[in-house]
Design a protein around this ligand. Structure first.
Ligand code: SF4
Ligand code: SF4
Length: 416
């Protein structure tokens, strides 16, 4: 009896083919198989990857006689990436299911449709909005001018004292009623210097999404009266740069504990010594929720190369899910669904990118629709930038982030 040998790959295996290079990556266990310049293996994997084949192909006698392919089949099996089905009872091709990513379809519909209702649907994709309410701040942190490009919070946006009129904040909140917003960020300058801070906190008290305020700890110290307007309905992100005033930070911690606000502490570092010091304070002050955030100041490239640039090992060990990988082929998850409004009213999908419009004359849903339809930030993937577009790891590699814009290079890696 003739038996058919069907090779199948599991749906959680990611295939990457670039020129004559092949990568098979098991997203569950992080194991990878790589080949370069092996035409037999390249052609077999290309057949598996072909959309209509749905990760299942029939092996020919010549495939089964080839030593390299036999070795590949062995490695596929031992790395739990797939197997061969060779029962004579199976006459028809076995079926394998490939995941589908819905956003791609939505983008296509949007591009083809001029319907006003599409704007409402786009609001369903809006998950995070950041409002930079003012540019004023009396402090003079040395990292201030760098945070804008890298993190978009706690930065004197311009030299003028600019405030976003509360009318426009109300306009944004009203527009968000029809969205799937998960988080609203309030950033500045020193937001405690906002002229209508009391009216703003009262407005946000009645708002249902999580609202997070970003405030430098020294500004909390100096503006403790305005700070007392915040209560445990809100979230607080305390920004800390170096050198740290430990007594000041300790006082803030006590004040926050009394107010019982859910708080995260962000240590903004630019060298390894900052990291060591931050870790000491975290232990000493018993800080539970914290983030260590390195920033690029143009003089610390070696710190970035040693601590931020990723290696092939880091990429493999990151184990994104297959759904993450499909998403990264269509959208940039770091930016998708997020909008930022600066204190001068400018709306951005990514503050390092171009302005979409101004909240004074553009509705939020129009801005979101514009970005979804034409914009390059929500959909800025590694597939359309050099050198990543020619890299085997482009969809396993973390999506483009603010760091790339800060450093001014897309390949913050030790590979290309
Ligand atoms: S507290 Fe924030 S806005 Fe003020 S100077 Fe420091 S980094 Fe800039
Ligand atoms: S070249 Fe780009 S895609 Fe490839 S590893 Fe480096 S950063 Fe990632």
């Amino acid at each position: 009896m003739i038996s058919n040998n069907w090779l199948y790959l599991e749906p959680f295996v990611h295939i990457s083919l670039i020129r004559n290079k092949v990568l098979l990556y098991n997203t569950l266990n992080g194991k990878a198989l790589e080949y370069d310049n092996n035409i037999k293996i390249y052609n077999l994997v290309k057949r598996l990857d072909y959309n209509k084949n749905l990760l299942v192909v029939k092996l020919t006698k010549s495939d089964l006689a080839n030593t390299d392919i036999k070795s590949l089949l062995y490695k596929i099996r031992v790395n739990y990436m797939g197997d061969i089905i060779n029962s004579p009872a199976i006459k028809f091709k076995p079926v394998q299911i490939k995941p589908i990513f819905n956003i791609q379809r939505s983008i296509q519909i949007l591009k083809e449709s001029g319907e006003a209702s599409v704007g409402t649907n786009v609001m369903q994709n809006l998950t995070e909005v950041s409002i930079n309410i003012n540019s004023e701040c009396n402090l003079n942190c040395k990292n201030c001018k760098y945070t804008f490009k890298q993190f978009h919070f706690c930065t004197k946006y311009d030299r003028l004292k600019t405030e976003l009129d509360i009318i426009y904040i109300k306009k944004i909140i009203t527009a968000l009623a029809g969205s799937s917003l998960k988080k609203l960020n309030i950033t500045g300058g020193n937001i405690l210097m906002y002229s209508k801070i009391e009216e703003l906190t009262n407005l946000l008290l009645n708002y249902t999404s999580i609202t997070e305020f970003y405030i430098h700890y020294k500004n909390i110290l100096e503006y403790s009266d305005a700070f007392c307007l915040l209560n445990n309905k809100f979230m607080l992100n305390v920004l800390i740069d170096f050198p740290i005033n430990l007594n000041g930070l300790e006082s803030i911690k006590i004040l926050i504990n009394k107010k019982n606000i859910k708080t995260s502490f962000t240590f903004i570092i630019n060298k390894i010594e900052n990291l060591i010091e931050a870790e000491e304070h975290i232990v000493k002050l018993n800080i539970e929720n914290y983030t260590i955030l390195p920033y690029f100041d143009r003089s610390n490239l070696s710190f970035f190369k040693n601590n931020i640039f990723i290696s092939k090992k880091d990429i493999y060990e990151s184990k994104p899910t297959i759904t993450d990988i499909y998403a990264r082929q269509v959208i940039n998850p770091n930016y998708f669904g997020k909008l930022g409004i600066m204190c001068n009213g400018s709306i951005y999908a990514n503050l390092n990118g171009r302005v979409i419009g101004n909240i004074k004359n553009l509705d939020l849903n129009e801005a979101a629709t514009k970005e979804m339809k034409e914009g390059t930030n929500w959909r800025k993937t590694r597939a359309n930038i050099t050198p990543c577009k020619d890299c085997l790891y482009k969809f396993i590699c973390p999506p483009i982030s603010d760091y790339e814009y800060g450093v001014g290079s897309y390949n913050l890696c030790k590979i290309n």
